[in-house]
Design a binder for this molecule. Sequence first.
Ligand SMILES: Nc1nc2c(ncn2[C@@H]2O[C@H](COP(=O)(O)OP(=O)(O)OP(=O)(O)O)[C@@H](O)[C@H]2O)c(=O)[nH]1
Ligand SMILES: [Mg+2]
Length: 396
Amino acid sequence: MKFVDEARITVQAGKGGNGCLSFRREKFVPKGGPDGGDGGDGGSVFLEASESINTLIDYRYTRHYQAQNGEGGSSRNCTGAKGEDLVLEVPVGTTAIDEDTGETLGDITEPGQRLMIARGGFHGLGNTRYKSSTNQAPTQTKPGQPGESRNIKLELKVLADVGLLGLPNAGKSTFIRAVSAAKPKVADYPFTTLIPNLGVVKIENHRSFVVADIPGLIPGASDGAGLGTRFLKHLVRTHLLLHIVDMAPFDDTDPAEAVQAIADELEQFSPGLAQRDRWLVLNKLDMVPEDEREARCQDVISRLQWTGPVFKIAAINKEGTYPLCGEIMQYIEERRRRAEEDEEFAERILAEREQVEQEAREHIEMLSERRRQLRELEQDDDDDDDYDVEVIYTRE
Ligand SMILES: Nc1nc2c(ncn2[C@@H]2O[C@H](COP(=O)(O)OP(=O)(O)OP(=O)(O)O)[C@@H](O)[C@H]2O)c(=O)[nH]1
Ligand SMILES: [Mg+2]
């Protein structure tokens, strides 16, 4: 699922330093010539692509960015120092748009690529520059130019790093509300979420990941029951799946059976996706009396013979969600790092993705083929009806 992450910032490049008005005054040099130096250029503002950032969330918190001004020139023909450039790190894939003109300033597509989004002001000129044969003592100087100022919209198409799985009502949307600024609808009835939505989870500066909340799955979903499994295709590119389990279902569904049912649907949809790392997130523990919690969790874990990571949370009051997000962030960073260092690992991830993509496509095609056949059958049934009527008619 492509989701556009946006941030609006204002950038101000540095002003150029003013030129200096000065004359050489030394002992024995009563009428020294002009010696006012030029100013320094103002610093510019750049975007630079970084592979270690994958969302624009930091730019929603700090919105104004200013590069340094150039210093003014001084006497003895000293040129002022150039203002330092300001480099803003953004994820690969970011597009910068000038909000006021609508003009696209550029796309950042390669790691390390730089794009200037506000040019620093040109330096001013000192009076030395104006010396000529006819003017030996110029008093003219030029001030530094102002730096460019722009309102910039940053846009990034993000993909989910983490996918949420679970029965309807398990608390998937509540979880995404607890950990991100996304506000999907939450309600105490199944199928509240009808379309997938994404949330960006910020751990700290430059550390964030994206979670996809998809509609709940029910047994038979891979055959089209409920809203079906087609939304699972949005999880193809995730690194990790969180399996959210309602530990206090009002209809007394067995949580272990609920987990197994979803795992079966996942397997039907794509065996490759079923192999992906999946963490168990036992939710709504605020509804379980404290002295029963451990036993109830343990019971589910042992009946599932679950050996992977397990987290115990109450999404509604954010209990346990912060440590979970910390672990997710670490896991994703670790995978990214490994993919950078270990070529074989990176290739394996790609191959797995392709396999899942292929399986997802085949499954979705199979379902639409089946629907087509069903429609044809219904059509045939209609024909039969017509036929029956005809027979009755001839008999009469
Ligand atoms: N007590 C309690 N209630 C919760 C918790 N998490 C979610 N709920 C409630 O469970 C109900 C379902 O939550 P949702 O977040 O809408 O569930 P969902 O998994 O997104 O459901 P669908 O969108 O239908 O698939 C809501 O009434 C939530 O308030 C929790 O930790 N504790
Ligand atoms: Mg929901």
